[in-house]
Design a protein around this ligand. Structure first.
Ligand SMILES: NC(=O)c1ccc[n+]([C@@H]2O[C@H](COP(=O)([O-])OP(=O)(O)OC[C@H]3O[C@@H](n4cnc5c(N)ncnc54)[C@H](OP(=O)(O)O)[C@@H]3O)[C@@H](O)[C@H]2O)c1
Length: 317
């Protein structure tokens, strides 16, 4: 298969491109940087320097490559997180999820591409009512925090647009990433005891190692049919479980605990919701339909053995 990977140098792309090549697929890989294009070529991919928000350039790049499938992994999250101004932090990512998706889909249809796989997310986007673990059929949060409304709208737009497109449109809702390139800032916070448990810590998170996210993406490309799939590990867990465990694995002191009012004052509503009300995700559909299993079935093993020095080769970030 000839796969066009838009956003080939990000957290997933760096692991996806070498794996696709190793499986005998041809890869056209995009980045905005000429230097990173050289690195992608060195791996064996055809590289294209591309701004995903430039409709004409996207159209030309896809028409020039004539791929069988497109994978949309473009986000713009490498900067400093800002939970209080979440929609500002995600502004470019939201454009990549709306306009960027439209540009790629238009190019796909113009060129006769049959399969389209797009990155989405599962976590704070889930409805904060009912049971702790959600399936693809459960509703998303109808009342996101005020700071996350635009980001939620962009997620909904991406999922709807890909699902409704007249080709095999596959949405992969990845859980919270961990692994080299995804965990460094969080590890630093935990080591410095700057990531406290807010309130009960009953918010449930689903995690996924970056290598497992890449493998699931290949499974979707090779075996997936149109639809939404949650790509998470087997053990959704409350913050009150995984955060002290992560501290222990890192040899750090246990996380502080702060009451909700103080958490809200210090970190804002988004952080409070994440720690107290989040819902996890089921991976049953992905396991059954994609014949995929996470290599790290639980974050317990993954935090211990997968935070650093992943064996897979990749492009330097
Ligand atoms: N589910 C999750 O938990 C989740 C999801 C996504 C990201 N994250 C985290 O966010 C952090 C940053 O993510 P990341 O490493 O993937 O980096 P990123 O800065 O979000 O970039 C991702 C990809 O998008 C490309 N890109 C960015 N803007 C673009 C544009 N205008 N046009 C075309 N391509 C564009 C980047 O390519 P170039 O910069 O080379 O052009 C890169 O290949 C990581 O810690 C990651 O784990 C977490």
């Amino acid at each position: 298969m000839h796969v066009f990977v838009a956003g080939a140098t990000g957290a997933v792309g760096r692991r996806l491109v070498p794996r696709l090549l190793a499986r005998g697929h041809r890869v056209t890989a995009t980045t905005r940087s000429a230097a990173k294009a050289g690195e992608l070529r060195a791996l064996g991919a055809d590289a294209v320097v591309l701004d995903g928000l430039d409709a004409a350039a996207v159209g030309q790049a896809v028409a020039g490559a004539r791929p069988d499938a497109i994978v949309h992994q473009m986000t713009a999250l490498a900067g400093q997180p800002n939970l209080r101004r979440f929609d500002d932090w995600f502004a470019t990512t939201n454009e990549l999820r709306t306009q960027g998706t439209q540009h790629l889909l238009a190019a796909a249809q113009a060129t006769g591409v049959e399969r389209f796989v797009a990155q989405s997310y599962t976590g704070w986007t889930n409805a904060r009512t009912g049971g702790p673990v959600k399936t693809e059929d459960d509703p998303l949060d109808a009342e996101p925090a005020a700071a996350q409304r635009k980001t939620m709208a962009a997620v909904r737009f991406l999922e709807r647009t890909v699902r409704d497109a007249p080709l095999d449109g596959i949405v992969l809702r990845y859980g919270n990433f961990y692994g080299p390139g995804a965990s460094e800032s969080q590890v630093e916070l935990v080591r410095a005891r700057k990531l406290p448990i807010i309130g009960s810590g009953a918010g449930v998170w689903s995690w996924i190692h970056l290598d497992d996210a890449a493998e699931a993406t290949i499974a979707a490309l090779e075996r997936g049919t149109a639809g939404v799939y949650q790509i998470v590990d087997d053990e959704p867990a409350p913050v009150a479980q995984w955060l002290p465990y992560l501290a222990e694995v890192l040899g750090a002191k246990p996380p502080m605990r702060v009451p909700v009012w103080l958490g809200r004052l210090a970190a804002g509503e988004v952080a409070v919701r994440w720690m107290t009300e989040s819902r996890g995700a089921s991976n049953e559909k992905a396991k059954n339909a994609l014949d995929w299993r996470p290599g790290f079935a639980s974050w317990r093993d993954g935090f211990r053995n997968g935070l650093v020095d992943a064996p897979a080769p990749g492009v330097a970030s």
